[in-house]
Ligand binder design. Structure first.
Ligand SMILES: Nc1ncnc2c1ncn2[C@@H]1O[C@H](COP(=O)(O)OP(=O)(O)O)[C@@H](O)[C@H]1O
Ligand SMILES: [Mg+2]
Length: 389
């Protein structure tokens, strides 16, 4: 392995389908783990028609092959443009790109199909188009190899979380709140295989859907609409009965569990009890907070050995003040200090993208990228593939 540092752009677009986050990280090989410095990050919202096409493809029970092929290509071009724009604005010469792609389907459970049983996943955004447009090699398609080793293909951020945040004295929880909420919990002075990481359930997904349905807006900016409502406690209690919350980790969730159908059911239940749309939104927000806290309490808190814990929140949900207040209120009694990731060196929109820069670097150097304790894989694997420019 060369001891040279590399400029690596990580590109992330999550289940919210709001757009593309790009983080450029300078990665230098280190003794135990590589060292990284965030050099730049930028966010790009999808053009309205592209977002609509992505959401339609995610929720589709029927679509055309041509539509999917075109969408794959079009997303590759969008990723290339986002990276080019970021590199241009910050005058950076890139060595490598790591692109997560847009998940159109993720089936973590083994199911029968045409005589064979398997789990499968599909992230689109033609990586060869990105490599060709930029003239830079692109690592992509990180999830399948973990699944082929018996893992859930997610979460893949724990390696980064461990390398960047593990602490000798304090427990660290890296809570990302994108469309789905997931965390990596790292006990003080722990080895990577002690990391507990999984999807707790919905992040912004239900909040976004309800905000759109009730207020015609894309999302509840700063949580202001939810702040004007009151949580409908019996509806929240009923929603918490969803079987997903009882499953032991490793586990992973997506629109398949917490998409339109679940959100619509929750809204219908809210409407039976209250006329106020703000109450419904407050209830959806409390569902996200409560499922995060319950997941932490049940599966991670007992491993924290009584140490103080920094509960570090990233993703768009960290900007939702109502949600953050709900988390702080519930977590502070558990010896957790809740902050946004910006206070720990990585802006809320940059963390996940930065993680994919590290994963690209691992792949480029033929090093494994998954943490088996997090995904449930039988072993650590080299993830994904490289498109050479
Ligand atoms: N100022 C804000 N106030 C409240 N919510 C926000 C704000 N900014 C972004 N969000 C939420 O964050 C979501 C995007 O988060 P992101 O981390 O990009 O998720 P994903 O990884 O799923 O794309 C938006 O859909 C929205 O719900
Ligand atoms: Mg996003």
């Amino acid at each position: 392995m060369s001891a040279k540092s590399m400029m690596v752009a990580g590109v992330m677009s999550g289940t919210s389908a709001d757009g593309i986050d790009v983080a450029v990280v300078r990665i230098t090989p280190g003794k135990l783990h590589p060292k990284h410095v965030l050099v730049a990050h930028e966010g790009f919202t999808y053009p309205v028609a592209l977002r609509r096409a992505v959401l339609a493809a995610m929720n589709a029970s029927a679509t055309s092959t041509a539509e999917l092929a075109r969408l794959n290509w079009r997303l590759g071009l969008a990723y290339a443009e986002a990276v080019k724009e970021t590199a241009g604005r910050h005058k950076i010469k890139l060595d490598l790109v790591g692109c997560h792609g847009q998940t159109l389907y993720h089936q973590a459970r083994v199911e029968s199909y045409l005589g064979r049983k398997f789990a499968c996943t599909w992230q689109v955004g033609e990586s060869q188009a990105i490599a060709a447009e930029l003239g830079v090699p692109v690592a992509s398609n990180f999830r399948p190899m973990d699944m082929l080793a018996g893992g859930q293909g997610a979460p893949l951020v724990p390696l980064f979380d461990y390398v960047f945040y593990a602490d000798k004295k304090r427990g660290r929880v890296l809570q990302n709140i994108g469309g789905i909420a997931n965390f990596s919990a790292i006990p003080a002075d722990a080895s990577p295989d002690a990391v507990v990481a999984f999807d707790s359930g919905p992040g912004n997904m239900i909040i976004d859907w309800m905000t759109h349905e009730l207020f015609g807006k894309e999302f509840d900016r700063n949580g202001a609409l939810a702040a004007a409502g009151t949580v409908i406690v019996p509806v929240l209690a009923e929603a918490l009965r969803h079987p997903y919350y009882r499953i032991k980790p490793p586990k992973t969730a997506g629109r398949e569990q917490f998409g339109r159908e679940y959100a619509a059911q929750l809204l219908a239940a809210c409407r039976k009890r209250s006329k106020s749309p703000n109450d419904a939104l407050a209830t959806a927000t409390a569902l996200t907070a409560e499922t995060i806290v319950r997941s932490y309490k049940r599966f991670a808190h007992p491993r924290m050995k009584g140490c103080g814990v920094d509960f570090i929140v990233s993703g768009g949900g960290a900007r939702n003040r109502t949600l953050m207040a709900m988390l702080a209120e519930r977590l502070e009694p558990l010896n957790c200090t809740v902050t946004a990731s910006g206070e720990h060196g990585l802006p809320v929109d940059a963390k996940e993208a930065a993680a994919f820069a590290l994963l690209a670097w691992q792949t480029w150097n033929r090093l494994p990228g998954n943490v088996p304790s997090a995904t449930g894989a039988k072993r650590a694997m080299i993830l994904g593939q490289v498109s050479y420019a």
